[in-house]
Design a protein around this ligand. Structure first.
Ligand SMILES: Nc1ncnc2c1ncn2[C@@H]1O[C@H](COP(=O)(O)OP(=O)(O)OP(=O)(O)O)[C@@H](O)[C@H]1O
Ligand SMILES: [Mg+2]
Length: 596
């Protein structure tokens, strides 16, 4: 993700305050209630001296004080209780705003197109959903409430000042205006520094994710110190930017103090002159000076609202960058999608031309092939020929970019409902990922409603029963981040079982180049052959045993289909295939050697 570090809002995007209001809207009544409770707290606070005065008067007049004492106690307790409740409600609302933002951002992150995620750092996206959204809390309490209560008090005080003397009000407003200009100049600096600080937090997340995601490689390569420096550098950049933001916030806060001192002196000078000419009474001047003093607190509130707003809007502009990334359409219902039929799917590629990004070269230069319903089709070809890309296109992780179309059941996949299309497919990736969680979570990931009997059956066909029996807590054993507690072959079988449990109409199996021992491989080959009798199976093959049992083989090279046929036909007729068969395929013998 690119970030120039400058204000990047586009014309068609809502300003930060409107984004914030969008998040606040569902909670506006609680927010209002919180603000009212705060006002009530201030009001009861103001009533306290009056009751205290009554109490003292009663004392001196030798009257009973129990009534006033009771009132005073009730008022003190009530004030504390209402104050606590008000503060609780306000902070609760601010947390709800953060929750709303996190929900909407994380939903969006899960719908991002694979191509968008390819072009960004997961650690950075993570920091946008966690750390940036947190900043909305202070933005809600301080900007919204500060501006609301501070602004109201400010206006009320200014009105009262106007009632006392318009000339002196003019003087005061003049001084405040100068301060406002200075703060107006400073606040974009706060915005920019905050954005840089948050960006560095994102960089830190990205570097950490990179290290922790491949900790074994990092350790094996002895790269800890270097990676440590990268992470620390990002943390230090965040520190620098935050310190700069703090510096400008401090300047802004003290500009208010300075302005108030200035206003005090100017009012004293101008007011003194007006008293001398007899334009106003001395009492008016004193009253006015008191108001100048009262102005301080609400002004501080407003300035803090402005500075917090800059910090929050920096976070919002980083969230906005996520919303700008392309995403898949939202699912129409919460129900898990179902494929329109249960029959095995037929598939065809028609002149598919595809590149991963506009600036990258073509990966598919017009790929054509047809796969009838049922049976096993193997894809073979040198590394980088575009075999895995065929599967990514069928799953619509990417859309055909330069012409051609992909048909499933005779219908262009672009016309399919995306969820329905994917519901028809079971996909085993080349590096067979396992997610953290229990083994059961992993197996039922794509089909949570499968019966215990169905699960048991699949465990048997994928030869996972032994593993389950061996594990200390069976299916409920935690397999570690990315399945680190399983062996490579076990991970692969778990991934296959997961895909099979979906009862796919089209099974895509991207065979890994190794990792299955001879016994398991033979068993799995039989399982896949059995499945191929009931459903359509596409397998990217790296093993001789797979291609010999395939009904047809598609030979790919450099983004083109070179030949289609059975193993015997191709060995005889296609030199490229003959060479692949002689050099590239793992035979069962090889696999047995590798397993030893
Ligand atoms: N996400 C991606 N972004 C950009 N280029 C990619 C991406 N994935 C793959 N490529 C490129 O596309 C080409 C085809 O890749 P693909 O993964 O389809 O090859 P393959 O036939 O599956 O190879 P292998 O047998 O090694 O798995 C390669 O040159 C690869 O560098
Ligand atoms: Mg591949």
């Amino acid at each position: 993700m690119t970030d120039k570090g400058t204000e990047t809002r586009r014309e068609d995007e809502p300003p930060a305050w409107r984004v914030l209001m969008g998040y606040v809207r569902p909670h506006r009544w609680t927010l209002l209630a919180g603000a009212l409770l705060s006002l009530v707290t201030s009001a009861t606070g103001l009533a306290l001296p009056l009751v205290a005065r009554g109490l003292i008067e009663n004392l001196t007049a030798d009257r009973a004080i129990s009534g006033a004492l009771l009132w005073l106690t009730l008022l003190v307790i009530g004030n504390a209780a209402v104050g606590a409740l008000g503060s609780y409600v306000l902070h609760r609302t601010a947390e709800s705003v953060v929750l709303t933002a996190r929900r909407s951002l994380t939903s969006y992150l899960l719908r991002l197109r694979v191509s968008a995620v390819d072009a960004s750092e997961p650690g950075d996206l993570l920091s946008r959903a966690t750390s940036d959204t947190t900043l909305l809390r202070a933005m809600t309490t301080q900007s919204l409430i500060g501006l609301g209560t501070g602004g109201l008090t400010l206006v009320a005080t200014l009105v009262l000042m106007g009632v006392v003397d318009l000339v002196l009000l003019g003087v005061t407003v003049g001084v405040i205006a100068v301060a406002a200009v200075v703060i107006g100049v400073i606040s974009p600096l706060i915005h920019r520094a905050s954005k840089r600080a948050q960006k560095s937090v994102g960089d830190m997340g990205a570097s950490l994710e990179r290290v922790l995601g491949a900790l074994r490689t990092v350790k094996a390569a002895g790269a800890e110190r270097r990676e440590e420096r990268t992470v620390h550098a990002a943390a230090e950049r965040s520190w620098e930017a935050s310190v700069e933001s703090a510096k400008w916030s401090a300047v802004a806060g003290n500009v208010v103090g300075l302005a108030m001192q200035g206003a005090f002196i100017t009012v004293l000078a101008v007011g003194g002159a007006r008293v001398a000419t007899g334009a106003i009474e001395i009492g008016t001047l004193v009253a006015f000076l008191l108001y100048v003093f009262y102005l301080m607190a609400p002004l501080q509130n407003v300035v803090q609202a402005v500075t917090q707003y800059q910090v929050g809007s920096a976070a919002i502009s980083r969230m906005r960058e996520v919303w700008r990334m392309p995403a898949e359409p939202e699912a129409l219902s919460d129900e898990p999608a179902r494929s329109p039929s249960d029959e095995p799917a037929a598939l065809a590629f028609e002149g598919v031309r595809f590149r991963y990004a506009p600036e990258l070269p073509l990966v598919h230069h017009g790929v054509d092939f047809e796969v009838p319903a049922r049976g096993m089709t193997a894809f073979v070809g040198p590394s980088g020929a575009g075999k895995t890309t065929v599967f990514s296109l069928i799953e619509r992780f990417y859309d055909v970019s330069d012409g051609g179309r992909i048909m499933v059941d005779g219908r262009d996949i672009l016309e399919w409902d995306l969820a329905e299309l994917r519901a028809a497919i079971g996909y085993v990736e080349q590096d067979a990922p396992v997610l953290s969680g229990t083994l059961r979570d992993n197996l039922l990931f794509g089909a949570p409603e499968v019966s215990p009997a169905g699960l048991d059956e699949t465990l048997r066909t994928t030869r996972l029963r032994n593993l389950v029996e061996r594990l200390p807590e069976g299916l409920d054993t935690v397999v570690g981040h990315r399945g680190t507690k399983l062996s490579g072959g076990e991970r692969q079988r778990v991934a296959i079982a997961r895909a099979l449990l979906r009862r796919p109409r089209l099974l895509l199996l991207d065979e890994a180049t190794s990792q299955l021992d001879a016994v398991n491989e033979a068993a799995l080959r039989d399982t896949v052959a059995d499945i191929a009798r009931r459903t359509t199976v596409l397998v990217v093959a790296h093993r001789l045993s797979t291609v010999t049992s395939a009904d047809r083989i598609v030979v790919m090279e450099a983004g083109r289909v070179r030949a289609v046929g059975t193993h015997t036909e191709l060995v005889a007729a296609n030199p490229l295939y003959a060479e692949l068969a002689a050099t590239q395929f793992l035979t069962e013998h090889d696999a047995a050697e590798a397993a030893r």
